[in-house]
Ligand binder design. Structure first.
Ligand code: EZ4
Ligand code: CO
Length: 403
């Protein structure tokens, strides 16, 4: 069996997606997601110029060898652009293998380890009352776990709060990046009160999560963790930028709040200290950015004996193809924790027909061969690429900070 050709499709059904389609001499094709939000065309060039020429003529069945060929063979290893490109190839090859076998992908990963895939939704608001109301709406829809973000009084831009007229909560901009303004002290003082109010209103059964989005220092994060302990959070996410894995030792020393990190990681080497020292509880690497199914399986296998569970990143900038890949992984992996899940718009689902659904707080998959997500190229062609930037962030005195 041989790969005959492969093409990259960039489409912007309200937001940009980079999709890889690999064709074979047996007529079976596979689809992979390579979207890196705000840096899309860098991955397109990487795929078109450096990977696709090497793929032609290779046997698509040798997934591990092709993964190693592009990983070790790059010489310049790792990095988000390289690994997103490898991810798309890998997911497309798993899709082909599963279609050839006539099986849903999760069957090739060991079969079902659970009946449903626990997901979390996203509630937010410009004040505590709005947040309480939105959380109530999610609970009514059957969500068991909800991420909660809230505007902080006196702080211009809090993370994860959507303005009313926007489809997505990040203010992606077609002009130059939006400049946000931030104050960590006001945030740390304010946010525990939101969770106090939520527990007062809804009790202790629902799972609540919170995303710091890399905005604190380790000692600030440790303080916030302590303040949040009484409200039994499922996790505190991305408490600090995790380039310095050792920074988590400080947080861990001071608080029992469960910690999640890794949505921007792209390889197992980004998380070895965090996992083997048991500094975190959830690893958030995802199929689109950390080397596809092959990459996140390796990370999950390292995490399993250290009691670290998986929690794939799943914002709307992961396409339905990337989401489908994650859901197959989630169904099979022994140390599954939770899956981030945001419903895509109708326009996006028209471009990417898929075979998963959400019921009562759990995602499930239809049993079709492959991962079940596809790209409708006619629909995709209706929405050409538009340059979009993620925001940047500054402290109130103008110092650059993490967004
Ligand atoms: O802001 O993927 O947990 N989810 C997140 C995401 C990130 C976006 C950036 O592209 O933090 O929504
Ligand atoms: Co996050």
């Amino acid at each position: 069996m041989k790969i005959t050709n492969a093409k990259v499709i960039v489409s912007c059904p309200d937001r940009n997606f980079v999709t890889l389609k690999i064709n074979t001499d047996e007529g079976v094709y596979g689809i992979g997601d390579a979207t890196v939000n705000g840096r899309e065309l860098a991955v397109v060039a990487y795929l078109e110029e450096h990977l696709i020429p090497c793929l032609i003529g290779k046997d698509p069945q040798n997934i591990e060898d092709i993964w190693q060929y592009f990983y070790k063979g790059a010489y310049w290893r790792r990095g988000p652009i390289t690994m997103a490109a490898i991810s798309a190839v890998d997911v497309a090859l798993w899709d082909i293998k599963a279609k050839m076998a006539g099986l849903p992908l999760y069957q090739l990963l060991g079969g079902k380890s659970r009946n449903g895939i626990l997901v979390y939704g996203h509630a937010n608001g410009s004040n505590t009352e709005e947040v309480v109301e939105q959380v109530g709406q999610y609970l009514e829809k059957g969500y068991k776990a909800i991420r909660v973000q809230c505007s902080v009084p006196g702080v211009q831009d809090s993370y994860g709060v959507s303005s009313k007229d926007k489809t997505f909560y990040e203010p992606a901009s077609s002009d130059l990046p939006t400049e946000c303004s931030w104050n960590s002290s006001k945030y740390v003082q304010f946010i525990p009160g939101v969770f106090a109010k939520l527990r007062d209103t809804y009790g202790y059964e629902p799972e609540f999560l919170h995303d710091v989005h890399h905005r604190l220092t380790p000692i600030q994060a440790a303080h916030l963790g302590k303040l949040l302990e009484p409200y039994r959070l499922f996790w505190l996410e991305d408490a600090v930028p995790a380039e310095l894995q050792e920074g988590f030792r400080i947080i861990r020393k001071h608080t029992t709040i469960p910690l999640a990190v890794g949505e921007v990681f792209n390889s197992i080497f980004d998380c070895t200290t965090l996992i083997t020292e048991q500094l975190i509880d959830y690893i958030r690497t995802t199929a689109t950015h950390a080397g596809g199914i092959t990459g996140i399986r390796k990370i999950a296998a390292l995490a399993e004996p250290f009691h670290v569970k998986t929690a794939c990143h799943g914002p709307t900038d992961i396409s339905p193809v990337g989401m489908a890949a994650c859901l197959h992984f989630d169904l099979a992996v022994p140390n599954f924790g939770i899956q981030e899940f945001m419903l895509h718009t109708e326009k996006i689902n028209d471009v990417f027909p898929n075979q998963y659904q959400l019921n009562n707080g759990y995602a499930s998959l239809n049993d079709v061969p492959g991962h079940g997500a596809d790209i409708d190229e006619k629909q995709a062609a209706k929405y050409p690429y538009q340059r979009k930037f993620l925001p940047v962030n500054r402290l109130e005195d103008g110092t650059m900070w993490s967004w």
